[in-house]
Design a protein around this ligand. Structure first.
Ligand SMILES: *[C@@H]1O[C@H](CO)[C@@H](O)[C@H](O)[C@H]1NC(C)=O
Ligand SMILES: *[C@@H]1O[C@H](CO)[C@@H](O)[C@H](O)[C@H]1NC(C)=O
Ligand SMILES: *[C@@H]1O[C@H](CO)[C@@H](O)[C@H](O)[C@H]1NC(C)=O
Ligand SMILES: *[C@@H]1O[C@H](CO)[C@@H](O)[C@H](O)[C@H]1NC(C)=O
Length: 404
């Protein structure tokens, strides 16, 4: 299978908050070198476990079972904004300058780590059937004003969260003399499986790590009433810990001696879906699920010498793309049966083209690279591909007149 990466967050710090106000940002610039007032989270990587329609979102959403396909669609009129191609846009520049944003983990900061090429920064996503607006941070801030947005998932969602925070920060920088308060919070909550990691004592009294497929991961009280929630889960299900499925998956008091990962994944998604339907007020909260982000390890996996360095151009020949992942088929099936309207950010294929977008060896600084390299071909350089996910998120929110 693919990709887990050598990246993890300290468990003690799975909850990060960025509270944005223009005043704070303004303050930040007056206080020049001091980043601490605006954000607090660890940027160091601990020695790791290498784990890796037109309905207004705030209107009451009663859906008939009539069209399952459209329920998991993005409803951007009739155009599927996730179906398109990457085009070279010489004139374009990233939403924020490489190396300029203090919120990017070193592991995603390819510029800081010395990545020399920059063509990967000049690709624009072009849907086949329509135009999408350029990300406008000020408008996005207005939409988010007074609201709470939370990313819940694994480090790929953290990648997306950092991208959004940097893009918004950039827009505020440009407008620093406009004295208007955009008060919103944008959090990342680490929950890589969405369901609960657990411990179980077997008959011999040995404590084993398990995964409770029947139990939502415990941090939900921190986000169930947010205005926007963006979920994801994917890469951790291919981790070596789970992929044999032996004595790992648990439901109630039952630990499966063997359960296929695909079956476990479906059970977990159903647990998630049931939780959302029962606990998220869809008149208040717009739920998104971000799809599987493609990895590009060649000649091995994330932990066995797989690489993607030297890739400076995306794939252009569609026949070289991977099939649509089984995880996303399972997700679509679960979403179609939900009461809550969940917007599916179907980014798998668009990411599959982007073998050029990963940190590869530039997940570390030159001096750190001396001690042998595990390449990162799962996450994305920032600026980079997740900026486009946020552009699409922005497009969907604007089209839906999110604040109206
Ligand atoms: C920002 O919003 C939060 C929650 O909506 C509220 O509690 C807080 O008072 C607001 N802060 C300002 C400065 O408006
Ligand atoms: C759901 O949210 C709406 C809008 O905030 C509110 O009016 C309604 O009372 C909420 N419903 C429940 C069951 O809490
Ligand atoms: C795309 O790749 C396939 C298989 O590798 C090859 O047969 C085909 O000629 C390629 N198409 C183009 C336009 O390069
Ligand atoms: C998501 O995109 C894939 C192509 O990558 C497509 O096969 C699938 O039908 C799409 N799903 C939805 C719900 O649009």
């Amino acid at each position: 299978m693919d990709s887990l990466k050598n990246f993890s967050e300290s468990r003690a710090h799975y909850y990060f908050t960025i509270l944005f106000t223009l005043i704070l940002i303004f303050f930040f610039f007056s206080a020049s070198n001091d980043t601490s007032p605006v954000v607090s989270y660890t940027t160091s990587l601990p020695p790791s476990h290498p784990h890796p329609n037109n309905l207004s979102p705030f209107s009451s959403q009663v859906l008939s079972g009539a069209s399952l396909a459209s329920k998991v669609h993005n409803n951007f009129d009739s155009c599927d904004i996730f179906d398109g191609q990457w085009v070279v846009d010489e004139g374009s520049s990233p939403v924020y300058e490489p190396g300029s944003c203090p919120f990017i983990d070193d592991a995603f900061n390819c510029f800081k780590n010395g990545r020399p090429d920059s063509d990967y920064l000049r690709l624009k996503w072009k849907p086949h059937g329509c135009e999408i607006p350029r990300f406008d941070g000020v408008k996005m801030m207005k939409m988010l004003s007074g609201k709470r947005m939370v990313f819940v998932g694994d480090s790929l969602n953290r990648n997306m969260w950092e991208s959004l925070v940097c893009a918004l920060r950039e827009s505020l920088v440009d407008k620093k003399n406009v004295f208007e308060d955009f008060n919103c919070s944008i959090d990342f909550i680490r929950s890589p499986f969405l369901v609960q990691e657990w411990k179980f004592s077997d008959k011999a009294g040995t404590r084993r790590e398990t995964l409770r497929l029947d139990m939502m991961e415990g941090s939900y009280n921190k986000y169930h009433d947010a205005d926007i929630i963006v979920f994801n889960t994917g890469h951790w299900w291919t981790h070596q810990k789970t992929f044999k499925g032996k004595y790992y998956f648990q439901e109630g008091n039952h630990v499966y001696s063997k359960l296929e990962v695909a079956d476990a994944y479906k059970k977990a998604l159903k647990t998630w879906a049931k939780w959302v339907d029962a606990n998220v007020n869809s008149s208040r909260t717009q739920v998104f699920f971000r799809g599987y982000s493609a990895s590009h390890f060649k000649g091995g996996q994330w932990n066995s010498g797989g690489s993607c360095d030297g890739e400076t151009k995306p794939i252009t020949n569609e026949t070289q793309l991977s099939p649509y992942p089984w995880m996303m088929r399972a997700l679509e099936s679960v979403l179609s049966k939900m009461k809550t309207r969940v917007v599916y950010l179907n980014i798998t294929k668009m990411t599959d083209y982007r073998k050029d977008g990963h940190p590869s060896i530039f997940r570390q600084s030159a001096s750190e690279r001396m001690n042998g390299i595990i390449q990162d071909c799962s996450h994305w350089c920032l600026p980079g591909v997740p900026d486009t996910w946020n552009q699409l998120l922005y497009a969907i929110l604007s089209r839906k007149k999110f604040n109206g």
